[in-house]
Design a protein around this ligand. Sequence first.
Ligand code: DAT
Ligand code: MG
Length: 141
Amino acid sequence: MIERTLAILKPDCVRKNLTGEVIARIEKAGFKILGMKKIKLTKETAGGFYAVHKGKPFYEGLVEFMSSAPCVPIALEKDNAIADYRTLIGATDPKDAAPGTIRKLFADNKGENIVHGSDSPENGKIEIGYFFSEKELIELG
Ligand code: DAT
Ligand code: MG
């Protein structure tokens, strides 16, 4: 089934000059880019995006990190996008990520792990809507 997922190239990815490298891997894996932008999240925007984790021990650090430098949200589309993108990026903690995955290759630790990915088709649509309006999502045509 054709699905959408929200990728975010996180502040560590931008700081390390790895955005092109990561986008190339996403494109080679067959994802189509519907929308892409570079923004700097405020603490409020980062906190709202990760509201599901509010109250967890890592929440404050996560919000601090996500608002510490620009990031690059990318709306992606592909058959089986949710699972295929999570396979491409690897486990949340790079220590547990499979060899060759984006997090294994580039992430320093569980908190600063280079990329975000949605966890279900429903959340993919909701998360894309957090960063993109309908008219900013452009299909190949
Ligand atoms: P994922 O990004 O793989 O979907 P998640 O939804 O469980 O992982 O958590 C969202 C982000 O929060 C994750 O990318 C990094 C951070 N995070 C999660 N668990 C953490 C922990 N135990 N320590 C530090 N940061 C954590
Ligand atoms: Mg998640």
